[in-house]
Design a protein around this ligand. Structure first.
Ligand code: 5AD
Ligand code: SF4
Length: 459
């Protein structure tokens, strides 16, 4: 369905009549997909005439975009909502909304209804199109919405999006997930895979290109299942990449995340032959043990993963990999863990996102008997971290003296004479430059290894 700017207008009129100027604040918890949803909520709120507040304390509408993929997020959310309670009671022009993955979990919804009844709008992951209407009802009639609807088969297009400033924009291409990895809550809270139509995606790409964005990241839980749900089943992720490459102005194309089981030769060839697709690939490993991978329902083996990486290293010059790893999955023995360490050592990932396994309600792994003790998980995480740091330092050392083409992205956070950019394998490089260099590509020689970033000089 196409998004209609309807209640946004009504809210705008309502506020104009009452001579009110409202601000909003969005707190995003979670992944790049949530960041992208938050840009849409920001776009919708700005159509209502709201402006962005820089602090949560000053906003009339506070929106929490939640994530439930791992632990701790719940406590954090309720801590933040609780923090706003007093101000909410004293200020009749203040509204609180909770959206995103967590609201799809029954026990969270119950908790909000019972203990946080002052929250004005609660919406699930498939109901963004109703946000303005629900907020309108809250503002006009003090009516609360604390329910989650299932609009599983709807894809909403033409949602106004407020892109972040800079050179990079992200675009969702597929929603939901069909994989049911046994540890993961996503298929339960985001529903089945739904691909957006190529023409809608291309329109978004052209829009961001015309606004001056140079780099786009295509988003989905599993981007390489893109198109599998189309009836004729012929249009693939590779076809989409081929069309996106043609859009003038876009210089770098990235995507997160592909699933190793669906990484086709056609996709490898596409990356190899493209001068726009980044040669830095996020390839979630999760575990290096074939036994654990099977129990995780990942549908590949350690050997398959390593062969895939080797194949890509052969065919794609300068390719580098980042990954996600879970330690302490139920039943993980020391031997299984050493398999994970072995894959890390062999692949030499440029970045590893590491997590201790956390139980998610309703998943298959929740019911597995041999859960691992927290102390063992933490100890393994530390060993993995130490190995990764050692590999990073070794790789950095090799880079000293080499020259890289680097897009000057902006001023460094800690020093107002230094600017930052990234190498092709996504390492941060800090170097002296000038404001006018931002947005241009420079040859930068690496001169110093600082573990998490490199220092360079323009040559
Ligand atoms: N426990 C720990 N990590 C998890 N992830 C997903 N579910 C869990 C869980 N239950 C990690 C995976 C995934 C990343 C986004 O989060 O590594 O790739
Ligand atoms: Fe979760 Fe697996 Fe789907 Fe990724 S592919 S979202 S880990 S179920």
């Amino acid at each position: 369905m196409r998004y209609k700017i309807d209640y946004e207008k009504r809210i705008k009129e309502l506020l104009e009549q009452e001579n009110k100027q409202y601000t909003y604040y969005i707190e995003t918890m979670g992944c790049a997909l949530n960041e992208n949803d938050s840009m849409k909520y920001a776009g919708i709120l700005e159509k209502m005439g709201f402006t962005k507040a820089n602090e949560i304390e000053k906003a009339n509408v506070v929106l929490f975009n939640t994530c439930c993929i791992r632990e701790n997020a719940e406590d954090k959310l309720f801590g933040r909502v609780g923090y706003l309670k007093t101000r909410k009671k004293q200020n009749k022009d203040m509204y609180i909304a909770i959206v995103g993955c967590m609201t799809e979990q029954g026990h969270i919804l119950d908790k909000i209804r019972k203990s946080y009844s002052y929250v004005d709008v609660v919406l699930g992951t498939k109901s963004m199109q109703f946000f303005a209407e629900k907020l309108y009802l809250a503002i006009k009639n003090h009516k609360k919405t604390q329910e989650v609807q299932d609009n599983e088969h709807e894809i909403v297009e033409d949602v106004p999006i407020r892109y972040e400033e800079g050179y990079k924009a992200s675009i969702s291409i597929i929603y939901g997930c069909n994989n049911f990895c046994s540890y993961c809550i996503v298929p339960y809270v985001r529903g089945r895979e739904r691909s957006r139509l190529p023409e809608d995606i291309l329109n978004d790409v052209k829009t961001v290109a015309s606004k001056g964005y140079k780099e786009i990241t295509l988003l989905g839980q599993n981007v390489n299942s893109y198109g599998n749900d189309f009836k004729d089943n012929k249009y693939t992720f590779v076809d989409l990449l081929t069309e996106i490459e043609k859009v003038e102005g876009i210089e770098v194309i990235r995507f997160i995340s592909p699933h190793p089981k669906d990484f086709t030769d056609a996709l490898i060839d596409k990356i190899a032959s493209s001068d726009k697709i980044a040669k830095q690939i996020h390839l979630p490993l999760q575990s290096g043990s074939t036994r654990i991978l099977e129990s995780m329902n990942r549908k590949y083996t350690k050997e398959h993963f390593l062969t895939l990486v080797e194949k890509m290293k052969e065919r794609i010059p300068n390719v580098s990999f980042s990954t996600d790893i879970i330690v302490g999955f139920p039943g993980e023995t020391e031997e299984d863990f050493l398999d994970t360490m072995d894959v890390v050592e062999k692949v030499k990932f440029s970045l590893v996102y590491m997590f201790c396994y956390s139980i998610r309600k309703g998943t298959r792994a929740e019911r597995m008997e041999n859960q691992i003790e927290e102390s063992v998980k933490v100890e393994r995480l530390q060993r993995l971290k130490a190995l990764f740091e050692k590999l990073v330092l070794e790789d950095n050392e090799k880079k000293i003296g080499t020259v890289h083409k680097i897009l000057v992205e902006g001023l460094s956070k800690n020093n107002d004479k230094m600017y930052t950019g990234r190498t092709i394998d996504n390492k941060i490089v800090v170097f002296e430059a000038e404001e006018k260099d931002i947005g241009t590509v420079k040859n930068v020689e690496i001169v110093e290894n600082n573990k998490w970033y490199l220092t360079g000089k323009i040559v």
